[in-house]
Design a protein around this ligand. Sequence first.
Ligand code: MF3
Ligand code: CO
Ligand code: CO
Length: 256
Amino acid sequence: MQVSIKTPEEIEKMRVAGRLAAEVLEMLDEHVKPGISTEELNSIAHDYIVNKQQAIPAPLNYKGFPKSICTSVNHVICHGIPTEKKILKDGDIINIDVTVIKDEYHGDTSKMWVVGKPKPGTQRLIQITQECLYKGIELVKPGTRLGDIGHVIQQHAEKHRYSVVRDYCGHGIGKVFHEEPQVMHYGKPGTGMELQEGMTFTIEPMINQGKYQTKLMADGWTVVTKDHKLSAQWEHTILVTADGYEVLTKRSEESF
Ligand code: MF3
Ligand code: CO
Ligand code: CO
């Protein structure tokens, strides 16, 4: 499959889907507190997407995924499955990853929270990971190559003695949840596909406090760090414009 270039009509639908996904994360802010279970967060998000936004939670039944959002706590890198048994406690870190489908198009975004009072070092991991995402986004414009984006993310993470997860990556997105190209979060400048106006894709770096190796749990979804150290992730859906980028999943606290 070739990389799809979105028409102006498709881009408008991507804007709507992206905005809805961002609004789910904003809505969840007040609920991410010690004592809540990840299943409760799932059901709050599910009801909001289905009833208020009249949209579809893309993860639900996607390749057999059983819930409507991914909730990845502490050493879980990504694709954590919400459950009533996982109750957030003081000092936990959590990534919530939301993907909505509206009018056939996808918006995909995630953010980190510290639950209650942060433990030493966690705030820094979360902040550097967000900077990795932002440094990648700032390079987006026609002519930039995917290796340029991977490189700047890897440089920033490794400068702070963190590691970049290799086994999972960003992706093209549109009518299809995961389409070409694959967007690696490591790489060499001047390599890889050249960006073109009208492409839409995610950047979603997963950055580990320890080594980059991952392990897939027996549930077939939950991905954890092999060394059980902490991992953080932030994600946006991006449009390549004539002279730069548009962050389709921007939240109101962000200024791009
Ligand atoms: N939202 C994730 C991503 O960023 C994918 C989740 S797939 C699921 O690509 F099945 F785990 F939900
Ligand atoms: Co994604
Ligand atoms: Co996602």
